[in-house]
Design a protein around this ligand. Structure first.
Ligand code: F6R
Length: 240
């Protein structure tokens, strides 16, 4: 694992984008994925700015979202899809060649899961995957106990995820299940960039990076990835 400690959130976001840009220079027709949530907001904004400025060429690249709450689509507040559309895709003046955003509200959620596998099989493997880490060590919705050989799957959310994630919904929505790219697909990415900021992430990040590789801390599997970068601000990196 390559560990990059950044002064602050802005530097973390810029560094993550540099790493994605380098991957896309090497593989301009590649497939990229960004997590939703609080951590990657600066990263996706910076990425869009650089695309619009002509510094990153995505005209031949494809985009796939990482995960979604089952029950929500990209028009629902708090959804990963809305994050993707508003914070990333909607800001791009020069679009990706193709985009797949998971619809967690699909009537046939099993078909939606299969569609995610199919898209990654067609345009993948991922060239660059930008991930955040959950308070239980999850990646996407690969919750504790996940089978490291999993592809796209629908999974019950852990109690920690449900508790922490009410920050997105308040009392409006109580998610029970998530749909997510699997660990096998994340591990097949040419490059993985795990970003983390804030003191609240220090302990789980240190368990993921310095602890044993175990599916009770799903992010720990990234220790076995051949081109993984952990990009963290000083507060999140305190335990490294
Ligand atoms: C969201 C996702 C989650 C988050 C993680 C950290 O699409 O994949 O795994 O990356 O829960 O969330 P934040 O960044 O909000 O702390």
């Amino acid at each position: 694992m390559n560990i990059i400690v950044c002064r602050d959130y802005e530097e973390m976001s810029r560094k993550a984008v540099e790493l994605v840009a380098e991957s896309l220079r090497e593989t301009p027709e590649g497939l990229v994925s960004f997590a939703g949530g609080d951590t990657p907001l600066g990263t996706v904004h910076t990425f869009a700015e650089q695309v619009n400025a002509g510094a990153i060429d995505i005209s031949r690249a494809h985009y796939v979202s990482l995960d979604e709450w089952v029950g929500l689509s990209d028009t629902d507040e708090g959804s990963c899809g809305l994050f993707n559309r508003v914070e990333l895709l909607g800001r791009l003046e020069k679009p990706f060649a193709g985009v797949h955003v998971i619809n967690g509200a699909a009537a046939d959620i099993e078909a939606e899961r299969q569609a995610l596998n199919d898209y990654i099989a067609k345009y993948g493997p991922l060239t660059a995957s930008v991930l955040g880490i959950g308070m239980n060590g999850h990646l996407g919705f690969n919750e504790d106990g996940i089978d490291f050989e999993s592809d796209a799957h629908i999974t019950p959310l852990s109690d920690v995820t449900k508790r922490v994630m009410c920050k997105y919904f308040g009392e409006k929505f109580h998610p029970e299940y998530g749909i997510s790219q699997g660990i096998r697909q994340i591990m097949a990415a040419k490059r993985v960039i795990l970003i983390a900021n804030g003191a609240h992430k220090a302990e789980i990040l240190s368990r993921a990076v310095r602890g044993e590789v175990t599916n009770s801390v799903p992010a720990s599997i990234l220790q076995r990835h051949p081109d993984c970068y952990v990009v963290a601000d000083t507060a999140a990196a305190a335990g490294l």
